[in-house]
Design a protein around this ligand. Sequence first.
Ligand SMILES: Cc1cc2nc3c(=O)[nH]c(=O)nc-3n(C[C@H](O)[C@H](O)[C@H](O)COP(=O)(O)OP(=O)(O)OC[C@H]3O[C@@H](n4cnc5c(N)ncnc54)[C@H](O)[C@@H]3O)c2cc1C
Length: 387
Amino acid sequence: MDPSFETYQLTDEHNALREAVRAMAEKEIAPYAAECDEQERFPREALDALVKSGFAAVHVPEDYGGQGADSVATCIVIEEVARVCGSSSLIPAVNKLGTMPILLSASEDLKQQVLPSIASGEAMASYALSEREAGSDAASMKTRARQYGDNWVLNGSKCWITNGGESSWYTVMAVTDPDKGASGISAFVVHADDPGFEVGGKEKKLGIKGSPTTELHFTDCTIPGDRIIGEPGTGFKTALRTLDHTRPTIGAQALGIAQGALDAATDYVKERKQFGTAIADFQGVQFMLADMAMKIEAARHMVYVAAARAERGEGGEGDLGFISAAAKCYASDVAMEVTTNAVQLFGGAGYTRDFPVERMMRDAKITQIYEGTNQIQRMVMARSLLK
Ligand SMILES: Cc1cc2nc3c(=O)[nH]c(=O)nc-3n(C[C@H](O)[C@H](O)[C@H](O)COP(=O)(O)OP(=O)(O)OC[C@H]3O[C@@H](n4cnc5c(N)ncnc54)[C@H](O)[C@@H]3O)c2cc1C
């Protein structure tokens, strides 16, 4: 046996990062998680703590003032924050989602305009693809962008935008040539101060209540010509390539929520006594814990493998599509199952807001829905298998 065998394990740096984020999250984010959920308020304490410790947008490359963390490291940050607060984990996750189209396809000048403010924590980014009538079928969007002189002018509305109203920068997909279908969609960067931009109504949600989900309205919203991401007509492709890179981060969020629920349940069953003994002594309880931990472990491997393959750009975009969809889909299904079983292991107490597991169960549900529902993930996987 060789204790220095390094294949198939995280690096010392990744493990040290996990320790640092866990310590910070337990001390500075966990104490506010229930309150932010209850009051449906943005986790300001979490944002401050993430910015102060440099974990709000670790993925931004060093060239733009960031830390240049790899995709696995970014997943670890999101996972550890989600372990204590699903809403707060959307700060690093959506900063990556909102900036990924820029990192993948924007001009150097546009990268320099946007990314340093995200890296410093002065600003956050959101991603605006969905519309009320264009969800799974995102290419049927109606928001229009037209070129007038040196500017682009946007009209229409987006909905379901995570961290809407909190972010300063919005990556917005809009139709520039309605005759060309998905090839007539372009991607733009809109700033909250741009004329004609307005944040609309906030959704009343089942979970992730600390993270605002809003509409965005564009009424002759005028932005400089250089705020287009890549060439006209490439926006939908950029939007989908982005999701290939960010679905592992939703897998990481799901994983963190599931781990938080398992940890809480493991502690509880050792304390709670029935029939004269700790309920942890019952094999029926032990088997539930074992299944929960087993599935979390499998999900963790899949999420890290997907993130590592995204980082390497390995196997072409088609293959990345499969593993990213698989990681997001599997980890989120596991999170839903594990959090539901955690509530079960708490019995009646699990159904109350006195313990965090009911919040975790509500927060887990969204991971099966956004960045493409799990039916859509299965379509992506099947398409890759059958091509
Ligand atoms: C809290 C929250 C945050 C979000 N954040 C963002 C964000 O930041 N940016 C953004 O752009 N979007 C965001 N979204 C939107 C999200 O990505 C969409 O809600 C999701 O893609 C589903 O679209 P829809 O809600 O229109 O559902 P629909 O597309 O109407 O789907 C309804 C049901 O039909 C199923 N279905 C649809 N088509 C098929 C098919 N072909 N085969 C099988 N089943 C199918 C779906 O799986 C689902 O079960 C967010 C949503 C929520 C709820």
